[in-house]
Design a protein around this ligand. Structure first.
Ligand code: IPM
Ligand code: MN
Length: 354
């Protein structure tokens, strides 16, 4: 019997369905080549369903998703829905309910891709950010009083427990070891000001490193300095581990130096459970339905999904196909409408190279 992976698809809003379709196309091509099967099941959660029914993501869906090997998502976001509702109600709910405590963001400049960094090339931009994905200020602890008055007070707290920090740091060390490049794990925080949370992360990073990973070099950057170095000397980095909000911010910066949202993919990972993979780009309403959006980030997210499922060979083949497609020079730009071919053609091209 062929190995079969059960994958839940959430195409979502805007250009989400278009890019996910190409990702699925490439997975199917890889399936044929490597003799595995996919059992895809589609779910229509997103802005459209919310506007029609008032439902973002019911608890019953979470229970259903637990039966899958992974979730593959297009994009969530709708111009007619107030910001925050879909983000909290769908994306963050999935991350928290499925305990996807790692946000994995490879930052890699592919050949022929333009970076805004002068004189930097693919050999300089190749690192990974591991963002803690379920803790910190994202837990939403806090409140507000006298809202709307001149004396309004609002509090939102950054909270971390030792186990939540430790599991993320451990994952990051394991990842750095397995990646086997510079063998350096840079902790990014702001321990000079956030003395409580920062200190907790610094001790976790040091103690776990000393005890279990003596071969991995320990390194530390304040987050503000990190944004500087990422632009000036990105070649310095190997793997970065950081808390949730800092990770959110620096991974957008990182996405830009690798060529933008057309290529940046992310994984929301529960190493012992159901993980979710997505292109970083949003729903891009103005490009919807025009066959002009770039599907490479979604395709790349599919490759990450295979890697996380233990199919390293397939992941490598997909990444290699993306590299070859870009190397060919036939894809003129990563920007929507400027690729020199349509969304479906890019998908066909990559699928033919797997
Ligand atoms: C991301 C996004 C989300 C985040 C939003 C949409 C909730 O910006 O995946 O980086 O802040 O984590
Ligand atoms: Mn973000």
């Amino acid at each position: 019997m062929k190995k079969t992976y059960k994958i839940a698809l959430i195409p979502g809003d805007g250009t989400g369905p278009e890019v996910l379709r190409e990702g699925v196309k490439v997975l199917k091509a890889a399936g044929v080549k490597f003799d595995i099967k996919f059992d895809f099941q589609e779910y229509d959660f997103g802005g459209k369903r919310y506007l029609e029914t008032g439902v973002t993501l019911p608890d019953s869906a979470i229970e259903e998703f637990k039966k899958f090997d992974a979730i593959y998502l297009g994009a969530i976001g709708h111009p007619d829905v107030k910001p925050g509702i879909l983000e909290v109600g769908i994306l963050l709910k999935l991350r928290f309910a499925l305990d996807q405590y790692i946000n994995l963001r490879p930052v890699k400049l592919y050949p022929n891709v333009e970076t805004p960094l002068k004189d930097k090339g693919p050999k300089d931009i190749d690192f990974v950010v591991i963002r803690e994905n379920t803790g910190g200020i994202y837990t939403g602890i806090g409140g507000a009083t006298q809202v709307g008055t001149q004396n309004e007070v609002a509090i939102q707290v950054m909270q971390y427990s030792r186990p939540i920090v430790d599991r993320c740091v451990k994952y990051a060390y394991e990842f750095t070891k397995k990646r086997n490049k510079k063998k350096m794990l840079t902790l990014v925080h702001k321990c000079n000001v956030l003395t409580h949370c920062g200190d907790l992360w610094v001790r976790s990073h040091k103690e776990i490193g000393d005890k279990y990973f003596p071969d991995i070099k320990q390194d530390y950057n304040h987050v503000d300095a990190c944004t500087m170095w990422m632009v000036k000397t990105p070649e310095y980095y190997d793997v970065i581990v950081t808390e949730n909000l800092f990770g959110d911010i620096i991974t957008d910066l990182a996405a830009m130096i690798q060529g933008g949202l057309g290529i940046a993919a992310g994984g929301n990972i529960n190493p012992d459970g159901v993980s979710m993979f997505e292109p970083m780009g949003g729903s891009a309403p103005k490009y919807t339905g025009k066959n002009v959006i770039n599907p490479l980030a979604a395709i790349s997210a599919g490759g990450m999904m295979m890697d996380t499922l233990g199919e390293a060979k397939i992941a490598f083949a997909i990444d290699d196909a993306i590299t070859k497609a870009l190397q060919s020079g036939k894809i003129k730009s990563l920007s929507a409408g400027k690729m020199g071919m349509g969304t479906t053609e890019v998908g066909d091209f990559v699928a033919s190279l797997v």
